[in-house]
Design a protein around this ligand. Sequence first.
Ligand code: SF4
Ligand code: SF4
Length: 474
Amino acid sequence: MNLDSQKLVSLISDAGVVGAGGGGFPASIKLAGNFSHYIANGAECEPLLHKDIELMERHSCEIAEALAIVKNATDSQKLYFAAKKKYEKVWQNIKPHLEKYGIIPVYLDDIFPAGDEFEIVKEVLGKTIPPANIPLSLDAAVNNVETLLNIRRAIDGKPVVKKWLTVAGEVENPFTAVVPVGTPASHLIKLAKPMIENYAIIEGGPMMGNIVNDDEPVKKTTAGFLVLPQEHKIVKSRTMPIKYVLRLAASACMQCRSCTDICPRYLLGHPIEPHKIMRAAAMPISLPAEIFKNALLCSECGICEQFACPMGLSPRRINRELKMQFAGENIRYQWNGEEVLSREVRDFRRIPSRRLAERLGIIKYIDIHPEFFAKIEPPETLIISLKQHAGAPAEPVVKVGQKVSTDEMIAKVSEGKIGANIHSPVDGKVIEINDRISISLLKMLLHFKMLSTSEMKFYETDSKKRIAHRQDEV
Ligand code: SF4
Ligand code: SF4
């Protein structure tokens, strides 16, 4: 299919496609740039998340087609598909499509954080993106595989109204499913059957996800919901008040520099040294204030906090705090323009996913393969956030009481701002508008088909016993 760049960008913008891997950056803005290398990111490195692997197994053709269409419409000359070597079925399914469109396969090791754009670009092009920069600085653009599927659908005029995600952790029936945007976490967790009462919910993966309430709706960037005991170390590391985090840093950091030695960004050659930030945070007068600015280079991957530190300290939380302060003062990191070379020891210091899961205390969930469902029973009300992407919130174009149809635009990107359009995933009625649009499903017009008998069983049986995938069409 041949589209010119302007038409492609316009279709993607109309459909509200944003980075589905977590960043939420509008895809139309990314693809309006000039780049020679276009990379499909299928790394999915956060432990317990399975949504990209399920998507790649089922939609390899659309992913490859999206890459080829973007290549034809832009200046890109080389296409790459990067995924973990261990995804045998994905490689088997996508091989003919890679050959058809001349896409270069890139086999990734099973390490964390393989899916970080900086890591992917390093693996594909052999170069480090400079500090505080983006892949475009190396003439490249990267899109997550779900974003590519959404781009392919946008070309056919279909907006983004569904999300692939995994629900896992302390639940009887962990699953991966395609769900309407706006589905509350509580609805999905109820379907998964929590095995404990006092649990915390993490939106995203155990390394980079955030704690959310159970009314948190699925957004275009939601990769999953993890159910963990309140006392789990992953939960505690996120809920400890920052004043205690700082006090612990001052009293317990022994300057072993383990956090720096295996920091992925340090290993890529960036001038971030979290042990120095810890020292500066504990004794602000002992090091130049400039040290703090290096916190702006932290990806918040969590390796220092969850894997490296023998004292259970959190350079990540301190970096995050510093980044918020700098953002409030509009202070940015300025790269001096020098070439960045990765550290020689990088290859020996990367963290295998299984070792990471052991250290995180989630190894008992790792070998349970969540069952896949192409559809789930929808909730009665969807809560659709107006800010589920980078940039400004979308502006509602509907009113309370108005009936809306599936795929109809309900909020649009503000004039002159970065953002994304939002569409209704269902036929329904708008019942409330604030910073979210609540849509009550019209029972008579349910978009989703009745559940099949086998799908009903999902709600009754123990999925731990079922390792095989369901091969539903999505
Ligand atoms: S969270 Fe820690 S390990 Fe990760 S980039 Fe930041 S300082 Fe480095
Ligand atoms: S790993 Fe922990 S104890 Fe060692 S320097 Fe870093 S924060 Fe301090």
